[in-house]
Design a protein around this ligand. Sequence first.
Ligand SMILES: Nc1nc2c(c(=O)[nH]1)N[C@H]1C(S)=C(S)[C@@H](COP(=O)(O)O)O[C@H]1N2
Ligand SMILES: [Mo]
Length: 332
Amino acid sequence: MKPIPSSQITPESVYLNRRQILRGMGLGAGSLLVGACAAPSTGGSSSGDRSPDVAPLVEPDSVLSVTEAPPVASAATDELGQPLTSFEAVTNYNNFYEFTTSKEGVARLAEDFVATPWTVEVGGLVNNPQTFDVDGIKALADVEERIYRLRCVEAWSMVVPWSGIPLAALLKTVQPKAEAKFVRFETLSDPDRLPGQKSRAFTWPYAEGLRLDEAMHDLAILATGLYGRDLPAQNGAPIRLVVPWKYGFKSIKSIVRIDLVDEMPSTLWNDQAPSEYGFFANVNPEVDHPRWSQKSERRIEGGLRRIDTLPFNGYGDQVAQLYAGMDLTKWF
Ligand SMILES: Nc1nc2c(c(=O)[nH]1)N[C@H]1C(S)=C(S)[C@@H](COP(=O)(O)O)O[C@H]1N2
Ligand SMILES: [Mo]
């Protein structure tokens, strides 16, 4: 199979054109359904209030500008030809439990979240610990656009044009020591700004982790934007991880700390329900979640139609070798 580039540039005008088309079709968030709930079976009910409230659409008009005639919208696909999920859907159907467990409620609750100033402290087993602001992180490499599929463990998915830098660029800058084997990420801890953190149902702050070689893989990025603009708060402003071959919960939002460590770090979902959310969490249609099948998924704009879930979310050619010799049914 011919290798396909993992990144491609889609001009901003394509998005605008697509958005106009969708608006013309009268796309509304009302067509979105609440997906299967990721709450652990043991932790009581945290499935969200399923309120029929629809958050106001984020209006990108003030930010986007068109300087030339928009090209045809059909160019706006990922490398498998999958159409991009609209800006409206990507920014109005979110998992961000620091705000609420209701996917349709995050956008409105996050509206007033202030993501500046912001710093990310990078330390642990490194020779060159540093604290970066977001511009400092963007300056570490060329900010690239990456169109990635995001597959939530709850079996819904999207196709998102992120912008960001390879996580490897940051890790190389801080120079991991030889003993460093894993990378641990932590979300902002601030219950006044992240009211969901007042809930005792979860062990805040949200934490995630990768093995160092996974973190160094070129597909793993620190995203600072989507659809050519800064990350909206509901998508993890101002900086979040995106690891496209793993279930969405690995892609931790609003990061304030990154530590190189020598042992597999504990992570929020793995702590909460280890039999349901593994540390590796590679997308794998052959390993069902204990409460639902992982063989197929629903694109959030695809209605009820389901599509096959691909091993490693379709990135197997690039990442499968990271797991050579591992039993991926055991190390799920
Ligand atoms: N801090 C934090 N990061 C998080 C989450 C969260 O609740 N808190 N949810 C995760 C889950 S389950 C998914 S599917 C993705 C959703 O990202 P999106 O809302 O940008 O689509 O974010 C992940 N990152
Ligand atoms: Mo998720």
